[in-house]
Design a protein around this ligand. Structure first.
Ligand code: ISL
Ligand code: CA
Length: 535
């Protein structure tokens, strides 16, 4: 099987508004990212997935794009973008751009023209109907918005400022491919494709995800754009099963490198309930079953997994499945070891490597995210108590991931010199910050650094098969086997001791979060113990 650079890569996601503010306006920017490249080089990551920095009215923090070939003023300009690419390249870091082509902003020139001139070719770049049907927006309410001028409704599966593009239109598709080639020519490392599984929708049949032409479009896109370049392409696909993921990522299909699947994320909420109806605790046996399924189904050469706990839409993993209090660093290391030693390409979301946690939201005024704000409005109208709404937002709201990066103990954690930042800093920054993490040789940061280095240097991480082992409910144990080599990974996902027998005489420790020198073969695991040994 042909090997690509991304098989041995670890990707670091940056949410630009919250990473580093260089010009002191309270909002992160490109110059701030450039200033922190040395930090990322130290961590050792291969590529950055940059959440959108394009021109945008920021109704959804840049996922509503009004010009794909311009940079938002708040982030900088194209010269700074070019400089970021150049400075990153010097450090061996590639830049993966966020490709948001299920929808544009309603302020994109195409939509402005479509709305003003119903006879224009641009009209058909979007989806118009005389009557709405039952389709709902992810951000609450109907997915159809009346356009006063023409009396027709346009489709928006997200906010009404994010009209859906009509992928049936071949001219529109070509314009998107041209735009992608503009970015490829700049030397980017690939694309992360926002809600890509929605582009084959059939609105009249109320089919949104996994529409019949989805894979035709991706094959066409591959041929028209990145097919001949060695780029990483990862699709955000909430509705993927292993079968579907193989369709996307099987090399001979010539679609994408890999997809993000969210089955494990579904354990955050009660079965078949909306995300706000969150689960009280992690169902570890279900988590094991889900990961084992994906690991064994996507065999090498037949597909490829991406591995992640966090992104800008999800709560901080430590606060929902780890212990963000007394076992914060240890549980963070356990979760990292569990994830990064499976087969696939691991993703680290900014701040995860220092163990950032959810934010203690107490009032709605502290909430910025459009999804949370709309949910709160709708829930209040339905009579849900404010305390309950805030509890949901504290647990699973997207702003938990979006509070600014915690660099040091100075004002606003060194993120910004402004009086006020766009979203407040988590008050725990005096304890949890990059400066403290770098100064402590045993910190979570260095576990991440070791894992990133292992990913680069150990080819068994790419090659070896995965086998789930029988173990106590709260223990996740698996083996990776390659030829005569066996690697055993064991993680206690709880605050309690758990039974576990190592049952092997000699071994070599590859990585562990236990105290140095501690015997790991003692018949049981202590809280959040995690290690990988070579048998
Ligand atoms: O976060 C979510 C899960 O509850 C959804 O709200 C989210 O919209 C979904 O994951 C799709 O996400 C992507 O597209 C959205 C954008 O708001 C997200 O930030 C992006 O990752 C629309 O572009
Ligand atoms: Ca700024």
């Amino acid at each position: 099987m042909e090997k690509h650079w991304w098989h041995k890569a670890t990707i670091y996601q940056i949410y630009p508004k919250s990473f580093m503010d260089a010009n002191g306006d309270g909002i992160g920017d490109l110059e701030g990212i450039i200033q922190k490249l040395d930090y990322l080089e130290n961590l050792g990551i291969t590529a950055i997935w940059l959440s959108p920095v394009y021109q945008s009215p920021m109704d959804d923090n840049g996922y509503d794009i009004s010009d794909y070939e311009a940079i938002a003023d708040i982030f900088g300009d194209m010269a700074q973008m070019d400089l970021l690419l150049e400075e990153a390249k010097k450090r061996g870091i590639r830049i993966i751009m966020d490709l948001v082509v299920n929808h544009t902003s309603d302020e994109h020139a195409w939509f402005i023209e479509a709305r003003e001139n119903p006879q224009s070719p641009e009209r058909d770049f979007y989806i118009w109907r005389d009557q709405p049907n039952g389709l709902m927006s992810t951000f609450s309410g109907s997915a159809w918005q009346l356009d006063q001028k023409s009396g027709q409704y346009y489709l928006h599966l997200f906010s009404k400022k994010q009209p859906d593009l009509n992928w049936e239109n071949a001219d529109l598709r070509q314009k998107i491919y041209d735009m992608m080639n503009f970015w490829i020519a700049k030397g980017i490392g690939g694309f992360r494709m926002d809600v890509i599984d929605l582009i084959g929708k059939i609105p009249d049949a109320e089919i949104t995800g996994n529409g019949p032409k989805l894979h035709d479009y991706l094959k066409e896109m591959n041929q028209a754009t990145f097919g001949d370049h060695d780029l990483l392409t990862v699709g955000e696909t909430w509705g993927a099963t292993p079968e579907i993921a193989k369709q996307y990522s099987r090399p001979e299909n010539k679609e994408l490198s890999m997809v993000f699947q969210f089955e494990h994320v579904g354990l955050q909420h009660k079965p078949n309930r909306p995300k706000w109806d969150y689960a009280e605790e992690l169902d570890v046996p279900a988590l094991k079953a889900i990961f084992a399924k994906w690991q064994t189904e996507l065999k090498l050469g037949e597909g490829w997994n991406s591995l992640f706990w966090n992104n800008h839409d999800l709560p901080r993993v430590l606060s929902i499945w780890g212990n963000d209090q007394e076992n914060r660093e240890k549980s963070g290391k356990a979760l990292a070891i569990l994830l990064h030693l499976m087969r696939g390409t691991p993703y680290i979301y900014q701040g995860e490597e220092i163990g950032m946690t959810n934010y203690p939201f107490e009032h709605l005024e502290q909430v910025d995210d459009i999804e949370s704000v709309n949910y709160a409005k709708e829930a209040m109208a339905n009579g849900v108590a404010i305390g309950e709404i805030l509890a949901s937002i504290r647990q699973v709201g997207r702003d938990n991931a979006r509070t600014p990066m915690q660099w040091d103990t100075s004002k606003h954690a060194g993120f910004s010199k402004a009086d006020k930042t766009w979203l407040a800093l988590n008050p725990n920054y005096e304890r949890i910050n990059v400066q403290a993490a770098l100064a402590d040789k045993n910190s979570l940061f260095y576990t991440y650094k070791d894992l990133v280095a292992l990913r680069k240097n150990e080819s068994w991480l790419v090659e070896a098969d995965f086998r789930l082992l029988e173990s106590a409910d709260k223990v996740f144990a698996y083996e990776r086997c390659l030829g005569t080599d066996t690697y055993l990974i064991v993680v206690n996902l709880s605050d309690q001791n758990q039974a576990f027998n190592l049952s092997c005489e000699t071994y070599q420790t590859i990585i562990a979060n236990t105290d140095p020198g501690k015997v790991i073969d003692q018949g049981y695991l202590e809280a959040w113990d995690a290690f990988c040994i070579k048998k």
